[in-house]
Structure formats: C-alpha cells, structure tokens
Write a protein that binds this ligand. Sequence first.
Ligand code: BV8
Length: 247
Amino acid sequence: MQIPGQVIHQLSSARRVAAMTGAGVSAESGIPTFRDAQTGLWSKFRAEDLATPEAFQRDPETVWTWYRHRAEQAATVEPNPGHFALAQLEQRVEHFTLITQNVDGLHRRAGSQRVLELHGDISRAICHITRRPVTEKYLVETAGSPPPSPHHPAGLCRPDVVWFGEMLPDGVLDQAFEASQQCDVFLSIGTSSVVEPAASLAVAAHRAGAFLIEINPGETPLSSLADAVLAGPSGTVLPRLLQAMDD
Ligand code: BV8
C-alpha cells in the first residue's frame, strides 16, 4: 500500500499526535473483534447479555466466566506489528498519547508508555459493590465463579472494565479529550467508531483542527470526516507508515 505524501508530511511535522485504537488493532494477534460479522465475538454473544451491570446482576457466573476466558486468551496471545509500530511512533513524536478502547493490555506489553485505557483492563478485577481492587493472588486462591469479594460481605468479584451504561473513569476521559483537542494529527485505528463517548474523540480532534487519519480495512461513520483513509490492516499499515517516515 502506498502511503500518501500528505500523511507522511503531516505525521513527520506533528509535535502532538493522538492515536485511538479499537479491537481491530488486536485482531491480528488473534483476538476476535466485537462487531466484525465473520469473526466478532459480538456475533456469538449479544453485548447486552454480557457487557452490562444488569447482566452481571442477573447471571454473574456467565459474565464472569466469559471475562476470565477473554483474560486468559489475552494473556496467551502476543502483540502484533501494529502494536509495536505504535510504541515506536511514541518514541519519535514529541507529545504522543495512545487512547485505547481495548481491554487486552497488548499496547503496554508492546512497550507503549502513555496509554489511556478508556474501558479498563480485563486482567484486573474489582469488588462489584465497593469497586476496590482485588488481587490476582486472591482470585487464584479463592473458589467461586465469581469469587466473593474480600471488600464487602455481599460483594462479588467483577472485571475492572467499563460496561455499557457505566461511566468511563473520569480522569482518563478528560485526559483523552484534552489530548484529542490539542493534537496536530489524530489517528483512528481499528475501531468501528460506534461506541460513545470514545467515538467523539476523533470528531473533537477534527473540530479543533487536527489532521484526521483513519486506518481500517472497512468503512466506518468516521471515514467521510477523515482527511486521509488508509484502507488496510493496522499490522501492515502502521509499520509501512513508520517506514515511509524514515524514507
Ligand atoms: C456511557 C469494555 C454514560 C467491556 C466496552 C443507552 C444506555 C446507556 C448508554 C447508552 C445507551 N445508548 C448509547 C449509549 C452509550 C453507550 C454506547 O456507545 N452504545 C453503543 C453500542 C451505541 N456507551 C456507554 O454505555 C458508555 N458509557 O455512555 O456512560 C451513560 C451512563 C448511563 C446512561 C447513559 C450514558 C460505555 C461504553 C463502554 C462499553 N465497554 N468494552 C468489554 O470489553 O467487554 S465497548 C466495546 O466496544 C469494546 O470493548 C470496544 O472497546 C468497543 C468498540 O468496539 P471497537 O473497538 O470499535 O471494535 P469493533 O469490533 O466494533 O470494530 C472493529 C473494527 O476493526 C472494525 O471497524 C473493523 O473493520 C476493524 N478491523 C478489523 N480487522 C482489522 C481492523 N482494523 C485494523 N486492522 C485490522 N486487522
């Protein structure tokens, strides 16, 4: 794939860059995305049935085991060239902020330092009443699916992720909006751009005058707003982008 000269120029001259990633960035590591019809977990489960506080109240065991399955899967796969390219890009840009909707922890494992996890991290657990953290050691040692919480007599352990209908961690969201509204270039990578408020960050960046680049093999509601669309898999496009910046 040819990287347009304007994209190379914008990225090479940018002092501030923000990158937003979605499940598509982890697809090439072997983690199914949520909404891709043929591979998405979404097609197997109904999001409403699993990724909501109501589902957990109704059927904690099903929700808990789904998340533990996903946590085990995330722990067994490796970051792919797209993750590593973003970690490299962070080293080349004066001010770089990686904003991710993903909960698989792969950006940190690939070496990214400044990562804003909008939707939490699937490897962490909290008490569903007090929201206080529960250690992995406690989870391993304590029977139950989910185990009872160590922090409250009626509490259960739940994944430390943001469910539909739940607020995002406010410090993280504020920082994400600030980075989006101050950046020279905003990269929207591997996301269907349907989940709010994450999807609004690219729009806020564009409105504030950022050069908006979308990297996705498919069309999204953001594509018509983007200044440049690189229609390909992030594991191929991102390394190409870095290479083109070197040439
Ligand atoms: C909120 C964590 C305030 C859990 C996730 C009614 C009531 C309450 C809220 C709402 C409501 N109606 C709407 C809302 C807002 C709601 C929302 O946005 N709903 C959507 C579905 C319309 N948002 C919320 O509820 C948020 N909270 O608004 O709080 C509030 C509070 C109370 C009442 C009102 C408002 C919380 C949202 C966070 C939900 N948690 N994840 C978990 O992981 O289980 S979101 C979930 O979708 C995923 O985690 C993921 O992060 C997110 C977005 O999906 P994508 O990452 O984009 O992935 P997707 O599969 O969709 O797309 C993959 C893309 O990759 C595709 O475009 C594909 O083409 C591309 N691709 C494929 N392969 C590749 C590739 N790209 C590059 N390379 C490849 N190789």
